[in-house]
Design a protein around this ligand. Structure first.
Ligand SMILES: [Zn+2]
Length: 164
């Protein structure tokens, strides 16, 4: 049992390292309000971890005010670090307001669930940007200005034109 836990922990660290690596590569170019090309590459690395590496488990990534990352997975709630408590204990203490809070919806639809929305309402003065990732789509939202950016990628066929 103990060994199995250690294995999972190792697996955890590998996918987290990939996300951190992509983030560090982007450096200053990243914009969370609102996502540019670099940010989209970072978002894609989070989506891939959630779907491919973790077999469709939800992933959450928080970017705090010092640009440090706090990564968690397998949670339904927007700000839970259950089983990932070490993320909050190692390194620097999380600094508010958060630059961005990103999470995935492995079901594929990028929207804010009731739980998400309640969390956003509670945290709105402490989060500058909330992003939810779906399959070839994302929604980025600034709780202060209420401005959102929604992006959807797909094949545009003659018959469907604008409807993906
Ligand atoms: Zn959600």
């Amino acid at each position: 049992m103990k060994e199995k836990n250690n294995k999972n922990e190792k697996n955890n660290n590998e996918w987290k390292q990939i996300i951190r690596h992509v983030y560090n590569d982007m450096g200053e170019e990243i914009q969370f309000l609102f996502p540019n090309d670099s940010t989209e590459a970072f978002l894609t690395s989070i989506w891939k971890a959630s779907i491919d590496t973790l077999d469709s488990r939800e992933v959450m990534v928080i970017v705090d005010n010092r640009h440090n990352l706090y990564i968690s997975s397998g949670t339904e709630s927007l700000v839970s670090f259950k089983n990932h408590e070490y993320e909050l204990k190692n390194g620097e203490k999380m600094q508010l307001p958060l630059k961005c809070c990103i999470h995935t919806h492995p079901s594929g639809k990028a929207y804010f669930s009731d739980t998400d929305w309640n969390t956003i309402k509670t945290w709105k003065s402490d989060i500058e940007s909330c992003i939810v990732l779906g399959n070839n789509e994302y929604l980025a939202y600034n709780p202060q200005s209420k401005i959102a950016k929604r992006v959807q990628y797909g094949l545009l066929e003659k018959e469907s034109r604008g409807e993906l």
